[in-house]
Design a protein around this ligand. Structure first.
Ligand code: FRU
Length: 503
């Protein structure tokens, strides 16, 4: 009898344990409104394309481990960019190599000839990374291949004559991003080739010719160039500019990997920079937004950007279990004029509002604590009087750990300080304060924050300065306060929303 009781109790306990363990997306640090894979390793977003009501997100994926390995393309779809449905792995390594980063286009006019029925072919253009070649010390182990889907991205067939771009002897030769260029009626493929960007053109996505090169002496070269993106944007005044995004593996604004952008013109063959070659524009000053590009074929000409929310400095050792890495929030890019130059503005996509519950007003009072779970915080400051010192949002818990996100009025810089965390020792680079210069002169300043379980995104000054940072407190942050060190409060309006989990 006693045996029976304990056996039943044991069964019950294991059932509870099992359900607790298998409940998805509840692990410590698991983002609740950012995309992450169900399990295992993820890095760059790939092949982002919109087709017939579905946003597709593919991603660099290693399904056998929580560290980087033989790369596949994982796959998920969403109707609203917030709630994702996971689909089977789309592309597997083959005899030509691992499947590195790349893009997908909708071949509306069947230029490739891949279409068979009524669905347009979705064509993926990606890099093959041949491990045997790399190990043998060759320089030509990265080539470009294509694959297509004629069933709305559900299944993929690799092109039989891959690779479509052979390697001319350049070790780092990867991450093709393809767009349709209407004026020249060509597909344009933008490729990171060591220390420069190369542009190729094609009429059928299979035969490519090199048409131009850009960047050897332009912008930041603190690391290898990767994951470019090229697109045209129109400012409110009607001015059109071409934007070239280029991620660099190391040496970004606050160290490690990051993404810079150039603004200029593209004539169908080559890109020219509007700014001085030495000037550098960072898309994000935080250390956790890398390899991001924009969605192809997005409705209403929207330029929707998504980045990998990590950094090669420590991505493989962050203290998550079961899975590693999440994406940033999808962000809407706009072209705006600041002083006499055009710059990119980064806003949260309107779809983030789907997550909001009721708003709560906020005020600056160092002794006033607000509950923190998943939050969007919007603060408007008015600097009518001279203000000094720091103004910040402090996230904290009962173990005295904190992350501060703020603005330093004396240095005129935004910052995120994640040094006050007990478990930062997994990487020597992680424990740091990151900062970003203010671009606007206005007496009004805004800080727009999104706080998930282990990340903060700061979109400051109407999205002209962006910082994305991860954090891993030993216990979750449960509260926040708004602190202004000196002078009387300049917060003219503050509110927060608690956000819904998407899982
Ligand atoms: C960027 C990157 C790409 C490459 C991929 C490999 O993070 O290094 O250049 O295609 O990751 O996973």
């Amino acid at each position: 009898m006693r045996f029976l009781f304990s056996f039943t109790a044991l069964l019950c306990i294991s059932f509870v344990q099992l359900t607790a363990q298998t409940k998805p997306y509840q692990e410590k640090y698991r983002p609740q409104f950012h995309f992450s894979p169900p399990a295992h390793w993820m890095n760059d977003p790939n092949g982002m394309v919109y087709y017939k009501g579905e946003y597709h997100l593919f991603y660099q994926y290693y399904p056998d481990s929580t560290v980087w390995g033989p790369m596949h393309w994982g796959h998920a779809i969403s109707k609203d960019l917030m709630r994702w449905q996971h689909l089977p792995t789309a592309l597997y390594p083959d005899s030509l190599g691992y499947i590195f980063s790349g893009s997908v286009v909708v071949d509306k006019n069947n230029s490739s000839g891949f279409q068979q029925g009524k669905e347009s072919a979705l064509v993926a253009i990606y890099t093959y990374h041949n491990m045997a070649g790399e190990k043998a010390g060759k320089t030509d182990f990265q080539t470009q291949g294509i694959a297509y889907s004629i069933d709305k991205g559900r299944t993929w067939t690799k092109y039989k004559n891959n690779p479509v771009i052979k390697n001319p002897g350049i070790k780092d030769f990867r991450d093709p991003k393809v767009i349709w260029h209407e004026p020249s009626k060509h597909w344009i493929l933008t490729l990171a080739a060591a220390t420069e960007i190369q542009f190729y053109r094609s009429t059928n996505l299979k035969n490519w010719e090199l048409s131009g090169r850009f960047g050897k002496d332009e912008g930041s070269h603190g690391g290898v160039w990767e994951c470019p993106d090229l697109f045209e944007m129109k400012a409110a005044d009607g001015t059109r500019k071409w934007i070239l995004l280029v991620s660099i593996g190391s040496g970004a604004a606050n160290g490690g990997s990051g993404t810079q952008y150039f603004i200029g013109n593209f004539d169908g063959k080559n890109f020219t920079n509007d700014n001085a070659p030495s000037s550098i524009q960072w898309l994000d000053y935080g250390t956790d937004n890398y390899a991001g590009v924009t969605w192809s074929n997005a409705p209403n000409q929207r330029k929707i950007f998504l980045g990998w929310m990590s950094n090669w400095q420590y991505a493989q050792v962050v203290p998550t279990q079961k899975w590693r890495s999440a994406m940033t929030l999808p962000r809407e890019l706009n072209l705006i004029k600041n002083k006499n130059a055009y710059v990119l503005q980064t806003l949260p996509v309107a779809e983030t509002r789907l997550l909001r519950k009721e708003p709560t007003p906020l005020s600056v009072r160092s002794n006033k604590n607000y509950p923190l779970s998943l939050n969007e915080i919007i603060l408007n400051f008015d600097f009518a009087e001279h203000v000094t010192g720091n103004i910040s949002v402090e996230l904290f818990n009962d173990t005295n750990e904190k992350v501060q996100i703020g603005f330093n009025c004396d240095s005129n810089r935004f910052y995120i300080n994640r040094t006050h965390l007990l478990n930062n020792s997994f990487s020597k680079e992680f424990s740091a304060t990151h900062s970003a210069p203010r671009l606007l002169n206005s007496k009004k300043l805004t800080m727009h924050l999104f706080i998930d379980k282990s990340s903060v995104e700061l979109l400051a000054d109407d999205g002209t300065v962006v910082m994305t940072d991860l954090f891993f407190p030993s216990e979750h942050f449960t509260k926040f306060r708004i602190v202004q060190e000196k002078n009387k409060s300049v917060l003219s309006n503050g509110k927060m929303y608690t956000l819904r989990s998407v899982w």
